[in-house]
Design a binder for this molecule. Structure first.
Ligand code: BV8
Length: 243
């Protein structure tokens, strides 16, 4: 199936849902997790993105997040982010479901957006549970502490932690009713996010995947568009907006 076929599906759709992963931020210069040289190549997930790792060594976990915050602070949205922000105004129902915590979709102007795994620019008090925005780059003290004296943690979802109930429900509800489901820049390994395109497909959606490399769900999609999101998404948008 070509870019034209995907564009036609979007043109006639009432409801479009999009799942994004680290790949959509790759062209903004932010390393992905599982590509060569990616974030996980230097670290093991269980060493850094789990509550146990944070209990064991909060400073090490914060050094990793502070390093990522510094990289993200220098990054700008790329054409993939801008295209998705534009696309939300072209269909009656649109929801962008991101696994990314870099807020580049929000910076690009996406509003019909949910962040499945939280946001790196929010911190949460370990004792009070209160959440605040914190954009200090670099962080002056590692690990940062709340005014109450307790540790602050990144307001993100780590492995072994449940996603926010409301956020997860919204994402699956959108997948279930979508006419078109795009999965963009994700290795489709992490659950429950990776189930979303399968749920959409099972409910009769037209599912398209945009990724330079095939993933475990590539065999199930209706259209696999091989290539970078920052190139393919703008091509889709220009065909959708053509008279
Ligand atoms: C939960 C933290 C339950 C924030 C992250 C077996 C089956 C099913 C589930 C499990 C299982 N074993 C364990 C589990 C559970 C586990 C899981 O899925 N593990 C995986 C590894 C098997 N899931 C969980 O723990 C989740 N919670 O299940 O809770 C529960 C219920 C009740 C009570 C208690 C518990 C929580 C999952 C969230 C984990 N947190 N991150 C952060 O620091 O970022 S996950 C981490 O991976 C990031 O959030 C990231 O977003 C996510 C997914 O990675 P991707 O975004 O896909 O990135 P990746 O590098 O992998 O891939 C990039 C892709 O881009 C590649 O395909 C590449 O080809 C492509 N690409 C590259 N360049 C481009 C491009 N694409 C387009 N354009 C380009 N230019």
């Amino acid at each position: 199936m070509s870019i034209d076929a995907v564009s036609q599906q979007i043109k006639t759709a009432t409801s479009v849902a999009v799942l994004t992963g680290a790949g959509v931020s790759a062209e903004s210069g932010i390393p992905t997790f599982r590509d060569p040289g990616g974030l996980w190549q230097q670290y093991r997930p269980e060493d850094l993105a789990t509550p146990q790792a944070f209990q064991r060594d909060p400073r090490l976990v914060w050094e990793w997040y502070d390093w990522r915050r510094q990289k993200i602070a220098q990054a700008s949205p790329n054409p993939a982010h801008h295209t998705l922000a534009h696309m939300e105004g072209l269909v009656p129902e649109f929801l962008l479901i991101t696994q990314n915590i870099d807020d580049l979709h929000g910076t690009a102007g996406s509003r019909r957006l949910i962040e499945l795994h939280g946001c790196i620019w929010r911190v949460r008090c370990e004792r009070e549970g209160t959440v605040h925005e914190n954009r200090e780059v670099p962080l002056k003290t590692l690990p940062p502490r709340c005014d109450c004296g307790s540790l602050l943690r990144p307001d993100v979802v780590w492995f072994g932690e449940p996603l926010a109930v409301e956020t997860q429900a919204q994402a699956f509800a959108a997948a279930e009713v979508s006419d078109v489901f795009l999965t963009v820049g994700t290795s489709a390994i992490v659950h429950p996010a990776a189930s979303l395109p399968i749920v959409a497909k099972d409910r009769g959606a037209f599912v398209a995947e945009i990724n330079p490399a095939p993933t475990p769900i590539t065999p199930y999609v209706d259209s696999y568009l091989q290539g970078p999101a920052g190139v393919i998404l703008p091509q889709i948008l220009s065909m959708v907006t053509q008279r």
